[in-house]
Design a protein around this ligand. Sequence first.
Ligand SMILES: Cc1cc2nc3c(=O)[nH]c(=O)nc-3n(C[C@H](O)[C@H](O)[C@H](O)COP(=O)(O)OP(=O)(O)OC[C@H]3O[C@@H](n4cnc5c(N)ncnc54)[C@H](O)[C@@H]3O)c2cc1C
Length: 462
Amino acid sequence: MSTPRKFDAIIIGAGQAGPPLAGRLTAAGQTVALIERKLVGGTCVNTGCKPTKTMVASAYAAHLARTGASYGVMSGGPVTVDMKVVKARKDKVTVDSRDGLESWIAGMKGCTLYRGHARFEGPHEVRVGDTLLSATRIFLNVGGRANIPDMPGVSDIDYLTNTSMMQIDFLPEHLVVVGGSYIGLEFAQMFRRFGSKVTVVEKGPRLISREDEDVSDAVKGIMENEGIALRLNAECISFARHADGVTVGVDCTSGDRAVVGSHVLLAIGRRPNTDDLDLDKAGVELDKRGYVVVDQELRTSVPHIWAMGDCNGKGAFTHTSYNDFEIVAANLLDNDQRKVSDRIEAYALYVDPPLGRAGMTEAAALKSGRKVLAGERPMTKVGRAVEKGETQGFMKILVDAETREILGGSVLGTGGDEAIHAVLDLMYAKAPIETLQRAVHIHPTVAELLPTIAIELKPLDS
Ligand SMILES: Cc1cc2nc3c(=O)[nH]c(=O)nc-3n(C[C@H](O)[C@H](O)[C@H](O)COP(=O)(O)OP(=O)(O)OC[C@H]3O[C@@H](n4cnc5c(N)ncnc54)[C@H](O)[C@@H]3O)c2cc1C
């Protein structure tokens, strides 16, 4: 083994946790080697949150333009979408964000950015190309990628993933989205709004199956209202080339047995980028699905190696990856013991209207054996939603009947991604439901109705 270049810390992956950790470590006087094999900013900045939400905004503009007449706004002709402009706008937002990150890293005194694929050569040694590095501490922030299951015919066709979708500057005639969960549904609705015919193929009986049934049903209605075809219970998905694109076998209990699409997007979950790191050479333990096993402080089975972000399976979001950085930094640099279990699960689904979620679902709350109180209100009875002409969805909160603490909430409706934070912050404060009941919220907002729901709680039947 050649003599390695020595650092205090090596960080593999410049995703959502790596760069801020490099910032904290270098500010504390440590030398850091940050290794990135592709684009700084990782999934969120380049192929995930940022570009997709930029495209969702274009799709929303198209939707508003089409429905403008109902607001009294006449656009004078059919609405068309220029996909080259949509892509250029998305590219600019992404590149600006990545450039910002690059200059931040470049300005970190003591941080060296290595471009290339990192692999372990020993517990403290990591190779990038011809360069061997070693460090006292090593941090993994390698994220994940689209999962491509070995379904019949998949290797015979050209398929799209969230990464290749970023290159699309044309309108697919018929986009078949395989996977009826968060990523699939966002792409499905946006491309429908851009003007494509869209079919969502989902092997389960309902969309976003980790949510409660009422949420799944409402999201199904939102998709169907826009003319998105849904093929649920597609138990034997298969693929074959077709003169017009791809035949997707759906094997549904009803309807046609196959769908022919011009393009197929595979949105069937993610898998961690842990299979090409030679982690065995460091002795880092993985679970059955390939996620790095970590403790509450995100330390792996090897005490000087930590894993942050999607690769540890403790979260699958930008905010969870960033929070992983905060936990590691607090424990190592601030003498402030923070842990993963301090975090309350929260996320959003960015269909329109969006779903904001915090804490437990109804099913989880009941399964926990608690006595649960629930309050609910349809968006048709939320003034702000009515005024905006966006009345799809509903909101609900769940409360522990004994402790009076909020267990969870769902806001599916206009502004739901923001309004849910009124629930989330009270959960962090462990405030009793009476706090929400007496809170005076601003009129007219969606969140304004949360105190009303809190007053109208009823026992939830098991
Ligand atoms: C389409 C889509 C939409 C999404 N939308 C949202 C959203 O709205 N909100 C949200 O919170 N989350 C969203 N997510 C999830 C979010 O993008 C991820 O949870 C987040 O990016 C995870 O960050 P990370 O730091 O764990 O890893 P990543 O951001 O994936 O970064 C990992 C980095 O490590 C690098 N790397 C991997 N292996 C190596 C190696 N061996 N050597 C060197 N470098 C390596 C990769 O190139 C990458 O740059 C979305 C994801 C997708 C796919």
